[in-house]
Design a protein around this ligand. Structure first.
Ligand SMILES: [Zn+2]
Length: 482
């Protein structure tokens, strides 16, 4: 206990002053917490503050944020060719940067990373691991990570995980993400090792193989993406499996919009209380966001700054307005290919200017993610329809069409002028017919014209992460050329 306290104090100090942390000390702290839990059953009173941040007042928070920004900017100006030029052209003094001044520096976009990857690499850090984005939006960006980062992040993650009771010795985590998500696979494996949990990396394999791991393989934690979760729920129901067949205690997804109807169905089928939907993204690791029971997304205050930037003005989004998440990971948590003001293009809504009443009320929040900025539909009257609105409405159709396959645009021509033109595969509206399906969408606030296509066109309507199939010799899908 005493040793734990001392190391906790050192870690907290490291977070405030921004020295590079020693990942081995963080890993030892995880061991101490596990030993404390084994002996006393709970980690101690100051544990939550350590991982959520000592952010009691907005003034303290602002002061800590400004200091973190300055130490990050000073390093980027000295070591990152891209940001050295960017600060110079914005005439920004890194040593004086604060939250207000940061807004004068243009956001960094994915195209910058793709076109000039070498310019982002800091000159004083050897690169260890290249990870590529595996999202469905265009060419991948490659991000190089250092050995220090790959040791530090799982240690910080495992520390938060064991303190919050999210990961325990004896857990078995099954991961059904693309095996090419190098960073996500490495980090989840190392996190399990540190927390004393088992780890089963499977990839996007045929759903039946994943279900075997969840039943006979006794996984207690499943990490996947919403589209693959949809395929798993459908496959489990088809196989007659239900809550009693699984040992899962946590179901965690990320990287795509998770609809409420799929979350409810998955919780019921797999026998968990709910589906956890935290926010993360390759380009801005290790910064994350946490979802609460009221579907807010709460910021990660320790590791980075999250701004919500108005899509039209570039200024901070006003209460009720839509904005794109712009994220700055802080030094010393990110050091090999750091980004500053990275525009994720993930859209959320600024919450009303009123006190929060959820279990994470002390931590600033925005709405849950509503989809990618480039996929918003702008109707002639000024109304904006988000991908989440469409996905929520489609995935709540009685047929349970998970993951939602659709194409949406604003209709043109006299009969369709300005209305949403929504293309769906026939099976999505099975049992309803077009007229009733249109009423379903109207009840969700969506005035749509439907185009129904055959099911064999479904996957071409909208790509999802579950389309990154990885074949196995045990599956029929693998018989190509056999
Ligand atoms: Zn909340």
């Amino acid at each position: 206990m005493f040793e734990t306290g001392v190391r906790q104090f050192r870690l907290a100090l490291g977070m405030v002053q921004g020295r590079r942390l020693d990942p081995r000390n963080v890993a030892r702290l995880v061991d101490d917490v596990l030993a404390t839990l084994a002996e006393f059953g709970e980690p101690g009173a100051d544990a939550a503050e350590l991982v959520d941040g000592p952010m009691s007042s907005p003034e303290d928070r602002l002061e800590l944020t400004n200091r973190a920004l300055r130490r990050t900017a000073r390093r980027l100006a000295a070591r990152s060719p891209f940001y050295a030029r960017r600060f110079a052209s914005a005439q920004a003094d890194p040593a004086k940067l604060d939250v207000a001044g940061l807004r004068t520096i243009p956001v960094t976009v994915k195209a910058d990373l793709i076109e000039r990857p070498g310019d982002f690499r800091c000159t004083d850090v050897p690169a260890y691991l290249a990870t590529r984005t595996t999202g469905t939006t265009g060419r991948p960006a490659e991000v190089w990570l250092s050995r220090y980062e790959m040791e530090l992040w799982p240690a910080l993650g495992a520390l938060a995980g064991v303190l919050r009771g999210e990961t325990r010795p004896g857990d078995v985590m099954q991961v059904n993400l693309s095996s090419r998500s190098a960073a996500a696979m490495h980090l989840s494996a190392a996190g399990c090792r540190l927390a004393g949990a088992g780890y089963r990396p499977l990839g996007i394999v045929p759903p039946e193989a994943a279900l075997d791991g969840l039943t006979e393989g006794s996984a207690t934690i499943l990490l996947t993406c919403p589209s693959y979760l949809g395929e798993l729920v459908t496959a489990a129901r088809r196989a007659g499996l239900g809550a009693a067949d699984f040992r899962l205690r946590r179901l965690v997804v990320g990287g795509e919009v998770l609809s409420a109807s799929l979350a409810r169905a998955a919780a019921r089928t797999f026998g968990v209380a709910g589906v956890e939907d935290p926010y993360s993204m390759t380009e801005i690791v290790p910064v994350t966001g946490r979802a609460c029971s009221q579907a807010h997304l709460h910021h990660d205050l320790n590791l980075g700054l999250t701004e919500l930037v108005d899509l039209d003005t570039g200024e901070p989004a006003a209460p009720g307005a839509l904005g794109t998440l712009v994220i700055t990971p802080y030094f010393p948590y990110r050091d090999c290919t750091p980004v500053l003001r990275y525009d994720t293009r993930d859209v959320a809504r600024c919450l009303p200017d009123a006190p929060l009443r959820c279990e994470l009320a002390g931590i600033p929040a925005i709405s849950q993610i509503l989809g990618k900025a480039d996929h918003l539909l702008r109707l002639p009257g000024g109304e904006v329809v988000t991908p989440r609105q469409l996905i929520e409405a489609i995935e709540s159709l009685p047929s349970g069409p998970w993951p939602a396959r659709y194409r949406a645009c604003v209709g043109e021509g006299t009969a369709r002028d300005g209305r949403i033109r929504l293309t769906l595969p026939a099976s999505a509206i099975a049992g309803l017919g077009e007229a009733e399906a249109r009423r379903h969408f109207a009840a969700a606030g969506l005035d749509v014209d439907l185009d129904i296509v055959s099911d064999d066109q479904a996957t071409s309507l909208r790509h999802t992460r579950s389309d990154l199939h990885e074949t196995t010799f045990a599956s029929q899908h693998a018989l190509v050329g056999a």
